[in-house]
Design a binder for this molecule. Sequence first.
Ligand SMILES: [Zn+2]
Length: 183
Amino acid sequence: MTLENDGIVTQLMYEKDNLTPSIRLINKHFGWAKLLKELGIKSNTQFLDEDQLLKELKISIKKLGYIPTRTEYEGLLIKPTVKVLSSRNITWAGGMRKVGFKPYGKSISIKDLICADENCYGQFTPYENHEKYCVNCYKSMRARVIKGLDRSNELTKIKEYTKKLIYNGNSDKIIEEMFKSIQ
Ligand SMILES: [Zn+2]
């Protein structure tokens, strides 16, 4: 590998060259930043691909489970940092919009959540504090539960579900519970 870019090496550059040991091994046993420091090589995340930064942002927000304010995001020390994003001319709000999230334009009292479905990045404002899923996921879960009930001949199960709904209502948690047990 040639040291272009003023001798800066990024994990992306290293990976592209298919060198050994692999990035995964380095990070597992040593740590990329530590290794570079040891070797006297400059590391600079600003050379991360823009797409990679945005992907990282999307995953970080999904993991967080809600939409933070920019100040909050900075305080949480989440990667990519606002500084790294702005070094690639991406504002935090702009980056959020690019990956499909809506940052807050004004001060808010209730924070938006990210859907609890692991494959869904849906953002929604919860109207009740037990909401976990976006409208689409909630509706599709509910439809699956109804389908399951239609097929079911188990009177005990149907009774159990009915009671649950009467006592607890069709909150996200209850529908989720039924959805999982009816699979
Ligand atoms: Zn969803």
